[in-house]
Design a protein around this ligand. Structure first.
Ligand code: FES
Ligand code: FES
Length: 938
């Protein structure tokens, strides 16, 4: 590259010349020129703080700093701090001990900012921590563990030799983090991939690329519905310096169509003649990095003709509305149905009936890592390294798109900087695959924040209408639920949402008469897909507010009403399934009761003293959630092997998106095998190497992959005991470098592993087991066994409402969740706290409006200042089929938060907001309308 400037700066203690254009962002220069990829980029706009570095002693967003300003400046990145700063090393240890890093993509920015705080304030208060970290967003953790980690950093040991080279936390456990834990089920061990995260050495989608990569950009529709035609593309390529190629639908070698549900696959890689939503891809442009950095999509040779768009389900279902897909009449993608009993008769007989409708909008996943990756052609195969939650499904779709065998596609997942469901769908991968296939050169792509928000899936907007009735003594009698979901232009996970919501619409309660009918409706909007809960959070917002109103009509305590109606082990669910064991919902309500009473008393005292403007309220909501796919095969295969060096290789095809599945699954396997977790080597997902553990979705990895790991561990143990000479099951195993030790009472045996023969998988001994949960198909009325395991939970929200301003401050969340068995309580709490933050956002601030808010300063997610104190109460009512009794928690944690907050809002201010989010303007309008001094609606 030509030298553009004589600029130099002191980077991590060394004076270095800077060759990039002085107008370049420091973040770009650090990552591209110096390959210091510990500094992350989440927005390039100063909104997320992921790119924070230290410049002349101050924490600064490097994406907002032109490198030309930095002549002679001292710049410290995470790479420099981890080698030099004692505060930073203590923070690393504290983050690990407290479980403050989940996906880890915000972690470098958090650590760098916190290190500058600790230099100035070695023992900061909670307020000082929250003020200092206010500009760094985290979408995973709910911030509480980060706050605790920073406050307590000075009590942590420095991380010895923290160069981040260790690949497992087990190695860490042996070097620096207090006691060496064996890692049994139930232990709070440090996450096994934690050291990489707190060292800035985890590799995310944008962090690695071959040196000779070209760069790909996508041309997208500016309109919700448009016809388009291309100009002379060959002339465009010819006449645009640095551009190597353009690809459109006619360049897709195989099928220009993919989708997560094969029966509903409808999404093209590149639209053909018609674009069905704003942001849909029509072409890809590939060029060298410099040319693509300045490429203006407006210069592309395409002509648009805007067409009338169907922007709401009502418009899409109106008489005469044109079909968005010809094979889907009335623009209905799919319907869902669960029916039992006689709802109408029961509602007529009910002593009280409540009817209400609640609406929610699109919710953006807003993970801090935008989609990114690279692809290269290797002979007649293609390899794609990218962030994804579903490598094996992606492999299948890419093979079909390229028209090649699945075995000719290799997907190598990177660390995932947050997914929450959206990275189940393809994003960059088809474009990269098509381009690399044709060009036979590596091609990389990183979505901008705007591109990520504009084009990737969202939570389904919903309109849920509920009628529910109860007897005079407070027994639920009937529920009638009608749900409409705006699924956008393509199917994505719409079929799953339409199927899941009717199964969960009763909540975790006995409802003798039940009817739930749902439909997913196409519009000319961005596709709605999977987002933590697959529609169940939207349904629960309606259901739990209606139940609250029923209890009020009955003059019953709202928690006791729920406890009275809670399912027990022997009750049939609304699909007729009797779980038999492990139904812990009543225990969750029991656990909340003390705080419920105390919170009401405290709120009453506060309101008596301050009630004219500030009012406090308390709300509760329950939830249940089926783990895994709905009545579908859902297998996970786990392979483990005893190596000659005395370590256990575990092939982890399950992608850890931050929730901690690497750690949890390994703890389960270690316990089953009977060895310490620090003897395990994690081999992360790679479709060429690791067996298929299925998607990371639907709270299935702990349950499904955990069971596969449990069985594989047991099987390998059996093999070891057999091969060692028929030792009894009660034998203790101990592995050391190159050796296997067996102990049983006074008997001892030592087996040297170095010279033993290897099996076909390359191990001394190995086991590979597939686990598929026992489910049964649903009949036309939705009766059957949709899930083998449900998780249960209930949350209690305490809020303070400013009646004048309409603001709602959440003071505290108490969350009781039945997780069956907390394999690693720290990680379970992390899921709960993170889920609560997302639920709070859904209740009070988040709504994506297509065409607006395509960035993180207009689309607001909770910051560190928005999250309440969280008290997690873990209930362990073991599932008979869960590994060690464990159930999932990933989706469960978010589901009751919004309705608990909304019920607390009602308790405080007497208003219900029927169209979320409950922003101050809506709350204020509802308060005015209630008091008769306004007619605004909410
Ligand atoms: S990348 Fe700089 S603030 Fe988001
Ligand atoms: S851990 Fe903070 S964004 Fe994922």
């Amino acid at each position: 590259m030509e030298t553009l400037t004589e600029l130099s700066m002191v980077l991590n203690g060394k004076t270095v010349p800077v060759r990039s254009d002085p107008r370049s962002r420091l973040s770009t220069v650090l990552r591209e020129e110096f390959r210091l990829t510990g500094t992350k980029v989440g927005c390039d706009a100063g909104d997320c703080g992921a790119c924070t570095v230290v410049i002349n002693g101050q924490a600064v967003c490097s994406c907002l700093t032109a490198v030309g300003q930095l002549a002679g400046a001292e710049v410290l990145t995470i790479e420099g701090l981890r080698d030099s700063s004692p505060e930073f090393k203590r923070l690393q240890t504290s983050f690990l001990e407290h479980g403050a890093a989940q996906c880890g993509v915000c972690t470098p920015g958090m650590l760098v900012t916190a290190a500058t705080l600790l230099q100035a304030h070695p023992e900061p208060s909670e307020t000082e921590v929250m003020d200092a970290l206010g500009g760094v967003l985290c979408r995973c953790t709910g911030y509480r563990k980060i706050i605790r980690a920073v406050i307590h950093a000075n009590q942590s040991q420095q991380l010895a030799g923290s160069n981040g080279n260790a690949t497992t936390g087990a190695a860490l456990g042996g070097t620096s983090v207090g006691a060496i834990h064996r890692g049994s089920v139930g232990e709070r061990i440090v996450r096994l991939d934690g050291l990489r995260k707190v060292s800035g050495q985890d590799v995310y989608g944008a962090d690695e690329w071959p040196e000779d990569s070209l760069v790909l950009g996508v041309i997208r529709s500016p309109y919700a519905h448009a016809e388009f035609s291309f100009g002379d593309l060959a002339a465009f390529v010819e006449g645009t310096p640095g551009i190597h190629a353009v690809f459109t639908a006619c360049d897709v070698p195989g099928k220009n169509c993919y989708g997560v549900h094969p029966a509903f696959a409808d999404q093209p890689v590149f639209a053909e003649k018609i674009a069905r939503y704003r942001g849909e891809a029509v072409a890809a442009v590939v060029g060298d990095a410099c040319s693509m950095a300045t490429f203006d999509p407006a210069a592309f040779a395409v002509t648009w003709k805007q067409l009338p768009a169907l922007l709401t389900p009502s418009e899409a279902q109106s008489p005469g509305a044109a079909p968005i897909h010809t094979a889907r009449p009335d623009n209905i993608l799919v319907r869902g149905r669960v029916v039992h009993g006689d709802v109408e008769s029961a509602l007529r007989e009910a002593a009280v009936v409540v009817e209400a409708e609640y609406e929610t909008g699109f919710i953006e996943h807003a993970y801090i890592e935008p989609e990114a990756g690279f692809a290269r052609r290797v002979g007649d195969r293609v390899e794609i390294q990218c962030c994804t939650q579903s490598p094996y499904v992606s492999r299948k779709d890419i093979a079909a798109i390229l028209g090649i065998a699945e075995a000719a596609v290799r997907i190598i997942p990177t660390a995932v900087g947050g997914g929450f469901g959206s990275k189940l769908d393809l994003s960059t991968q088809p474009f990269l695959a098509v381009a690399a296939w044709h060009l036979r050169r590596p091609v990389k792509m990183i979505y901008s924040r705007t591109e990520s928000i504009r084009s990737t899936t969202k939570r389904h907007p919903s309109k849920i209408h509920c009628r529910a009735g109860a007897t005079a003594d407070g027994r639920l009698l009937a529920m009638d639920l009608q749900g409409e979901f705006n699924t956008g232009a393509y199917a994505s996970w719409g079929p799953t949402v339409a199927a899941r919501v009717p199964i969960h619409g009763s909540g975790p309660y006995k409802v003798p008469h039940y009817r739930a009918l749902t439909r997913a409706v196409h519009t000319h909007l961005v596709p709605a897909g999977a987002f933590r809960g697959f529609g169940v959070p939207q349904g629960t917002i309606a259901q739990e507010q209606v139940y609250d109103a029923l209890a009020e009509k009955l003059r019953m305590d709202k928690l006791e009403f729920r406890a009275l109606n809670a399912l027990t082990d022997c009750d049939p669910t609304i699909t007729g399934q009797v779980l038999g064991e492990g139904v812990g919902i009543r225990a969750c309500f029991d656990a909340l009761r003390p705080r419920w009473k105390a919170a009401h008393e405290e709120a009453a005292v506060f309101n008596a003293q301050n009630g004219s403007q500030l009012r406090r309220g308390v709300g509760v909501a329950g939830m249940w959630y089926g783990c895994g796919n709905t009545s579908l095969a859902n297998p996970s295969t786990m392979r483990i092997g005893l190596q000659r060096n005395g370590r256990i290789a575990i092939h982890m095809g399950a992608v850890d998106i931050g929730q901690g599945s690497f750690t949890v699954v390994t703890q389960i396997c270690a316990d089953a095998l009977g060895v310490s977790v620090d003897r395990f080597d994690l081999l992360p997902a790679d479709t060429d190497v690791s067996p298929d553990c299925g998607k990371t979705s639907a709270s299935r990895q702990t349950f499904v992959s955990g069971n596969a790991a449990l069985l594989a561990g047991k099987k390998l143990r059996e093999e070891i005991l057999k091969v060692a000479g028929g030792w009894p099951e009660s034998t203790h195993l101990h592995l050391s470098d190159g050796g296997l030790h067996l102990y049983e009472k006074s008997l001892r045996k030592h087996v040297v592993l170095h010279n033993l023969p290897l099996d076909a998988r390359g191990y001394v001994l190995s086991a590979e087991i597939t686990y598929d949960p026992p489910t049964k198909p649903l009949d036309p009325n939705g009766q059957g066994i949709p899930y083998a395991v449900y998780g249960f939970g209930a949350q209690l929200a305490e809020v303070e409402v400013d009646l004048e301003l309409g603001t709602v401050k959440v003071l505290k969340l108490t969350a009781a969740h039945d997780v069956g068995r907390a394999i690693n309580p720290t990680l379970v709490e992390g899921q709960i706290e993170g889920g609560i933050a997302q639920g709070l956002g859904m209740a009070l601030m988040e709504e994506f409006i297509p065409g607006k808010g395509e960035n993180l300063h207009d689309y607001l997610i909770p910051t560190i200042g928005d999250v309440p104190h969280v008290e997690s109460i873990l209930i362990e009512d073991a599932s008979p089929v869960g590994p060690f009794g464990a159930k999932g928690i990933g989706e469960q944690a978010l589901i009751p938060t919004a309705p608990a907050i909304l019920n607390a809002l009602y308790d405080a201010a007497g208003v219900r907001i029927h169209k979320l989010p409950a922003t101050p303007d809506k709350v204020r309008a509802a308060i005015l309308a209630k008091s008769g001094s306004g007619n605004a609606h909410a």
